[in-house]
Design a protein around this ligand. Sequence first.
Ligand code: CDP
Length: 239
Amino acid sequence: MKKLEMLYEGKAKRVYKTDDVTKYWIEYKDDATAFNGEKKGSIHDKGIVNNKMSALLFKVVEASGVPTHFESLVNDREQIVKAVKILPLEVIVRNVAAGSLAKRLGLEEGYTMNETVLEFCYKDDALGDPMINEYHIAAMNFASKDQVALIKTYALKVNEILKAYFMDKGLNLIDFKLEFGDYNGEVILADEISPDTCRLWDSQTHKKMDKDRFRRDLGDVESTYQEVLERLTEGSTHA
Ligand code: CDP
């Protein structure tokens, strides 16, 4: 497959066309942003961690019956994916209160909720990805009701799969963000699953093992990203 012209450059990835119209070529960058682009920096070799980790987790998810855009790894930083049209929604799944939810509801970070919480945000950087509900999604035609129903089922299923998977590696899955795409009328999981898009806390020490180390200047940013990838690829049990 040939890598052709760049279609889009995002905050963490570049997307290229290929000589196959049904496939995109994704390149993961080391660039890191937070607080809606206000904080900018770079995390050495983050692109490698996120590319490899997304590939691994998309395979795990796919094997459990949730279709994903992942096709194959090209090299350390690049992968081939299905050419989807991304739905303008960020789907946030929360098991434990943290980040914006803890702030909004005045909860202590780490508060364990009775049930998993699903949130939708409208994917628009200029607006700061505002939170929306299913009425907004229908009214603005961001996705159909059938698509939303499927997205909810898939998001909860991904949560169950990943919670168990991370638990085996000594990591608690606190919350994460998913994006879905339309592939010839079919809804499939797209974007990435990485320490940039998940909150992961060490099960024993509760150390933050994710992008909060960068957002909050907690130190050990690079080494923590590397450790997460090592735990996932080692196959050993840390629990
Ligand atoms: O990260 P922040 O506190 O600003 O927002 P949040 O709503 O608490 O984020 C919930 C989860 O979604 C975290 O794991 C974030 O890393 C992830 N997220 C993301 O990957 N991209 C966004 N645009 C927003 C949240």
